[in-house]
Design a protein around this ligand. Structure first.
Ligand SMILES: *Cc1c(COP(=O)(O)O)cnc(C)c1O
Length: 482
């Protein structure tokens, strides 16, 4: 396209003031502030200018040909967009239960109720109602934590990365921390055990090899400088074959004999054994403490099924030191999290209820047959409503635990597989992702898979509506459109 033509088109763009004085924009100013409206006008003008300068011939011409109504509509849409939440609910049809990018564990109804109540008013967050004196925010959960886990003492911070950092800094700043080479893990989102350790001021002493580490490796590495023996639960990967890890009990005994604290970062700590539900045995928090470790750290929003938080449990003499670390103030848990966490922890006072009450555990332990029944019902409804060029089938597949927990666990599931014939599966996935509410689904071999394991029953109608809506206008974007 010739530069002169672009210049000519550019001259058709209205001025900010001109748009501002149009009646629809004037009425917009009755409900919105002038700077906000002016900003929106500038943004729209900027986009249109770019379309003329960089767009193809057709796009540039179309932009120059916008009617006054189209201009004001664009500005109104821009103003509305400013108020549309960026963080919003999505339907997770991926079957990944603790999906880190989708917010990990959904909260229980009781945790939600408590969170809303605490959030909307004042509370005794740091106020002792008995004495009228200043209280501690940590007291609200310490007793239930100790009761459920059997720990002497405990505290909670912002997340488990913070918990590990704080514990290392308290127990081993300027000292050596001995850890097995097989446990120097990276958790998604760039949390790497060696990096966190360095930042905490501890000096990493690696022992053993990637696949095998023995008790004598730890023994030989202990010096006068040793501050901590650390075990990291390799929650997000497995080393198989010729392997050896030192059992926690032996490591704890070694620490005890040498007067060196022993800590385990459990990652996704769990209070109940899920193996009766067909889920691979994960060391529970209680087992870990019983093995004799001094300190254990884990997440609130992984297998625990609560809000993002880092839990630190263990022997009182170490927990007391951690509580007094000034860094604790920088990592402290907020009242909303605390409210949701307290409710979540109380569920474990009656452990048999936990797999029903906590959504993440309910989804993980939902029997295959039940998922199949729901998926079958959903498939029938969907195939009645979808155009003929969408083939909908019920198919066996597997869900995942997610959250860097139980990487090898296969959760048998049944998915509703949609195969569009006039559209690429990837574009159906994209349309679902961009619908309202957004639906996040998997694509596998030219099919879009919907796994109802992670879709709440209350969300089924919305999911059905979203799929119907995006497949209704399949003609407007064929395979070539991608
Ligand atoms: C997930 C995980 C962490 C980080 O926990 P966050 O709560 O996400 O900060 C640390 N260590 C291990 C072993 C983990 O699995």
């Amino acid at each position: 396209m010739e530069p002169e033509a672009r210049q000519r088109y550019l001259r058709t763009l209205p001025a900010v003031d001109e748009l501002l004085h149009r009646p629809p924009i004037q009425s917009l100013l009755k409900s919105h502030s002038r700077p906000l409206v002016v900003d929106s006008i500038r943004k729209v003008l900027g986009e249109k200018r770019r379309a003329i300068l960089q767009g193809g011939t057709e796009e540039a011409a179309a932009t120059a040909g916008l009617t006054p109504d189209q201009w004001t509509e664009a500005v109104k849409r821009e103003v509305a967009a400013v108020f549309r939440p960026s963080l919003r609910p999505v339907i997770n049809a991926t079957g990944v239960v603790l999906h880190t990018n989708l917010g990990r564990a959904p909260l229980s109804a009781e945790a939600l109720r408590n969170l809303v109540e605490i959030a909307g008013g004042y509370s005794n967050l740091e106020f002792n109602l008995e004495t009228g004196d200043r209280g501690s925010r940590y007291e609200h959960v310490e007793e239930v934590l100790c009761r459920v886990s059997g720990a002497e003492s405990g505290l909670v911070v912002n997340n488990n990365a913070g918990a590990v950092f704080l514990a290392l800094n308290t127990l081993a700043e300027g000292k050596e921390v001995i850890v097995s080479r097989g446990q120097l893990v990276e958790i998604g989102g760039s949390f790497r055990v060696p990096d966190v350790m360095r930042k905490s001021g501890a000096r990493l002493v690696e022992v053993g090899t990637t696949n095998r580490t023995h008790l004598r490796d730890y023994e030989q590495a202990i010096t006068g400088e040793t501050g901590l023996l650390l075990k990291v639960h390799t929650s997000n990967f497995r080393i198989l074959g010729f392997t050896a890890e030192v059992p926690l009990k032996e490591l704890a005994a070694l620490g005890e004999a040498r007067g060196i604290p022993v800590m385990e970062d459990l990652g996704s700590g769990c209070f109940i054994d899920l193996s009766p539900y067909g889920i691979e045995h994960e060391p529970t928090v209680q087992e870990t403490l019983r093995a004799g470790v001094d300190v254990v750290t884990f997440s609130g929003d992984k297998l625990l099924g609560g809000p993002q938080a880092g839990l630190i449990l263990g022997k009182k003499k170490y927990i007391d030191r951690i509580k007094k670390n000034p860094l604790n103030r920088a990592l402290r848990i907020d009242k909303l999290t605390l409210a949701a966490l307290e409710s979540t922890l109380k569920v474990y006072l009656e452990p048999a209820d936990a797999v029903k009450t906590l959504p993440a555990l309910a989804m993980l332990t939902c029997p295959e047959e039940e998922v199949k029944k729901r998926a079958g019902r959903f498939r029938r409804k969907l195939s009645q409503d979808l155009p003929g060029d969408f083939k909908v089938t019920l198919r066996a597949d597997s869900s995942q635990v997610g959250g860097g927990a139980l990487p090898l666990q296969v959760l048998p599931t049944w998915v509703v597989a949609i195969r569009p014939s006039t559209l690429a599966a990837a574009s159906l996935e994209e349309r679902l992702r961009k619908s309202d509410p957004p639906v996040i689904a998997r694509v596998k071999e030219e099919e879009v898979l919907l796994d109802l394991r992670t879709v709440a029953e209350e969300e089924e109608d919305a999911l059905l509506g979203a799929v119907k809506k995006v497949s209704g206008n399949a003609e407007c974007g064929g395979r070539n459109a991608e």
